[in-house]
Design a protein around this ligand. Structure first.
Ligand code: PAF
Length: 294
């Protein structure tokens, strides 16, 4: 199959979508930073199943990387991305330059406090503590991408659960005509969540990394038992991950899925979310699972 046509500016993209919009068709949108894998493919599949046109954006967003993070090393595989997108039903790619996304200069947007988009309180805990500028950068680019794409159904993976909640917040706060669809995490057979950053893992780290999902599943089982105690479950999960010497744990927590804060007096049957962040060598991995309180 030939790769999808590439548009470089919002105007080109709007021209491309004109026919679908004029006919009342639904537009699906899968925002990505490229290096597409089966997780992204599942998002494109989900969009193609319910939409008449599917836009896949590929843009490595400098604003969501802090100095010293992996912006320069981030894998860039555009030709393969376009082929994968086409295979899974994308109809157009949106691949803007940094200048097209940030005509005022990305350094100025980042440095000057001129950002227009507040990622909201859900951006503050967890990832927000270790990466305090990350979600402001995500919210800024996602809002600009939504403006470029226009009314759409936008598909995000639950692997980046906190990001999904930030996006839901910004759509509600700005009243954007976007239906945000969360899609289940895609995993390798041993449970490791697919991520472009898995490419950084050495064979030994790759062999160790499934401890994250295993531990989250054990934690989800533990919180489902009557009389569970959050501190004990979190400590047990931390100990299980610490037993794996190649990993350096940043956090593993049980939270309310809406606020991402510790749940207040959860009742049996209440929804919870267990989230982890752990570094394996050059790869900083995150993962999460849902749970019901016992
Ligand atoms: O999840 C990602 O790949 C990115 O954070 C996103 C949503 C494309 C924004 O740059």
């Amino acid at each position: 199959m030939s790769p999808v046509p590439v548009t470089r500016t919002a105007d080109e993209l709007a021209d491309h979508l004109e026919g679908v919009r004029a006919g009342g068709g639904a537009v699906g949108f899968v925002p990505t930073m490229g290096a597409l894998h089966r997780g992204h493919a599942a998002l494109v599949d989900a969009a193609a199943a319910v939409c008449d046109a599917v836009v896949v954006s590929v843009f490595v967003n400098p604003l969501q990387f802090a100095p010293g993070e992996d912006l320069d090393a981030y894998p860039r595989t555009l030709d393969a991305d376009l082929a994968l997108a086409a295979d899974h039903g994308a109809t157009v790619a949106f691949v803007p330059t940094v200048d097209a996304m940030y005509p005022e200069g990305d350094d100025r947007v980042a440095a000057d406090g001129v950002r227009r988009v507040d990622p909201g309180p859900v951006a503050l805990p967890l990832e927000g503590e270790g990466r305090p500028t990350h979600f402001a950068g995500v919210a800024e680019v996602v809002a600009r991408l939504f403006v470029a794409v226009g009314p759409c159904h936008a598909f995000f993976g639950e692997k980046d659960f906190q990001q999904l909640q930030v996006v839901r917040h910004l759509v509600a706060a700005l009243g954007l005509p976007v239906d945000v669809v969360g899609c289940p995490t895609v995993r390798d057979a041993d449970g490791l969540a697919l991520s472009s950053r898995n490419a950084y893992l050495t064979p030994a780290e790759r062999a160790a990394a499934p401890v994250l999902h295993r531990t989250l599943c054990d934690g989800a089982e533990a919180v489902g038992r009557p009389g569970w105690d959050r501190a004990t479950v979190e400590a047990d999960m931390a100990a299980a991950i610490a037993a794996e010497p190649t990993g350096a744990l940043e956090y593993v927590v049980v939270v309310d899925p809406t606020t991402l804060l510790p749940p207040e007096a959860p009742e049996p049957g209440d929804a919870l979310r267990l989230l982890v962040a752990c570094r394996f060598g050059r790869a900083r991995l995150i993962d999460n699972v849902p749970a019901l309180a016992g």
